[in-house]
Design a protein. Structure first.
Length: 254
């Protein structure tokens, strides 16, 4: 049986204002006032991070994540946010390489790799997202797509640094569609992801790395998904916008 600690993260995306975060976290943190047997992460938008941090900094059970970060330390990058800013609002994690960043904003594996190294250098932990489109899955390209994303995004990362990296596998065709990969599909794919990590870093690192599943996770399917050997938690989108719904997903992983 795995000794990996489950990690359940909410990705609020471009939702939840600072005032809404106030209400949400008051409710959610009341559900988990003490340290839990899983790691819980709230991924807020940049303008909401400071307000969320006020709540989370006193919590024994919840950490804070940014949804992105620019790799440069500062400069003429209008609209971007650097590591020093995220450190000041006490971010613990940074979500990187989400399919929306890749597809809508054209982020490449090489650019995501720069971000991974910058986040690690700043003392925060990357949640690295990978995933295939429906066309790629049905076209037999699942394995080369995921392998390429992993190898490109983790280039020059050491085995020691992998202790601070979480992988989030999100099939693009299941994000926000209401369609979820079956527990068997998710497990098989995450087992493959772990095999790629073993190829890159060796068995010990692969066995210790936490791999989340994301893609229309809900309270109703969370328990079945989390019971699978290679699923170590969730990156939750839509169902994380309601504090009670997200709490129910966390409870499934306890």
């Amino acid at each position: 049986m795995s000794t990996r600690k489950n990690i359940i993260a909410a990705n609020w995306k471009m939702n939840v204002t600072p005032s809404e975060a106030d209400s949400y976290l008051t409710t959610f943190l009341g559900t988990f006032p003490e340290a839990t047997s899983v790691d819980i992460v709230i991924g807020a938008s940049f303008v909401t991070l400071a307000k969320a941090s006020e709540h989370i900094s006193g919590s024994a059970s919840v950490d804070l994540a940014a949804q992105n970060m620019h790799p440069e330390a500062g400069g003429a990058f209008t609209g971007e946010t650097n590591a020093a800013m995220l450190n000041e609002v006490k971010c613990d994690y940074v979500i990187l390489g989400h399919s929306e960043r890749r597809a809508i904003f054209g982020e490449t594996d090489a650019f995501i790799n720069e971000k991974v190294h910058a986040v690690l250098a700043a003392g925060m932990k990357p949640i690295l997202c990978i995933g295939e489109s429906l066309e790629e899955r049905e076209g037999g390209k699942l394995e080369p797509v995921l392998s390429g994303q992993l190898k490109g995004s983790l280039a020059n990362v050491t085995a020691e640094q992998m202790a601070d990296i979480v992988i989030a596998y999100e099939p693009v065709w299941a994000i926000g569609t209401g369609v979820t990969a079956s527990p068997e599909q998710a497990q098989d794919t995450q087992k493959y992801v772990r095999s790629v990590l073993e190829e890159i870093f060796g068995g010990d690192v692969a066995g210790a790395t936490r791999i989340q599943y994301g893609g229309s996770v809900k309270p109703g399917n969370a328990a079945d998904l989390i019971s699978r050997d290679d699923i170590d938690g969730f990156l939750v989108g839509g169902a994380a916008l309601d504090p009670t719904s997200f709490a129910d997903i966390v409870k499934a992983a306890l």
